[in-house]
Design a protein around this ligand. Sequence first.
Ligand code: DAH
Length: 341
Amino acid sequence: MLEELKKIEINAREALESADSEDALQHWHSKRLGRKSALMGVFNSMSKLTKEERPEVGRRANEVKMALEAVYEEKVAALKRATIQASLENEILDVTLPGRARARGRLHPITQTMRKIQSIFAEMGFQVYRSREVETDEYNFELLNFPKHHPARDMQDTYYTTKPGVILRTHTSPGQIHAMREYTPDPIRVILPGMCYRYEQVTTRAEMQFTQVEGLAVGQNITFGDLKGTLTDFARRFFGQSVRSRFRASYFPFTEPSAEMDIECFVCGGEGCSVCKHTGWLEILGSGMVHPTVLRNGGYDPEEFSGFAFGMGPERLTMLRHGITDIRYFWRNDLRFLEQF
Ligand code: DAH
């Protein structure tokens, strides 16, 4: 029996030498020290030994068991150390390196301007009214008091579809007719933002595609004073409380009277510079009292109702605010430009 114990120990130690993974060690442990191991067999057969043999065999069996447990624990610890060492050597991580900054997206400068305009008018009680970009000649011109062959049509040449009379809108003004026809006879206070198209010679100041924000208020007793008050307040909120503004008589077929609004040049403070072309003023929008014919086309009786309207170009406002000299930057998708906003 003692001889057998010696053999068990030697075999086990030898087998442990070649166990060099966690799995192999586990396997070794259950084979050499588990319930069905040869060593446990010795413990189980103690009862068959004589009284004299028993203490000696028992002591030796315990010694072998403890010795094997000890070399096993040692081997497990050694393996763990080796694993950590290997990972330190192979997976080099310098925690003192600065992190890689993640590029953040941003809103297009025109979207930013659109949102600013929308939130200013929202505070004044205007709602956003969405209108179509593909229009009919009737809505884009006719109902806005531009009859066929009217000279004002010359300033807004457009793109035509293959369907006669269906065109891309040249301005957001046709949305006025849609809004009026939908809401009549209720009062209206809306802005209409969106994309417009013109068949234009593309230059630093003109693009074939651009945005506009239209405004329309219709109701009883709406006066030119309401128009001036609303737009003056808008200019202060958009450009700063101290900005000075003025209205100049103008002409649009769908408003009477009509006016263009200027703000004092904030580059030179009114002295005259290249941005304001030495006038001291910058034009920012067109406006006027809704023409009686347009009110009628929208379903409102001009004897009972009146209204004002205005239209502005977010590209132009953005150019003025940031001193941008070429309108073509906006839709060219050059990140070097867009990332500046
Ligand atoms: N639709 C005009 C344009 O694109 C701008 C405009 C002027 C709109 C006066 C208006 C307005 O509503 O009252 O040139």
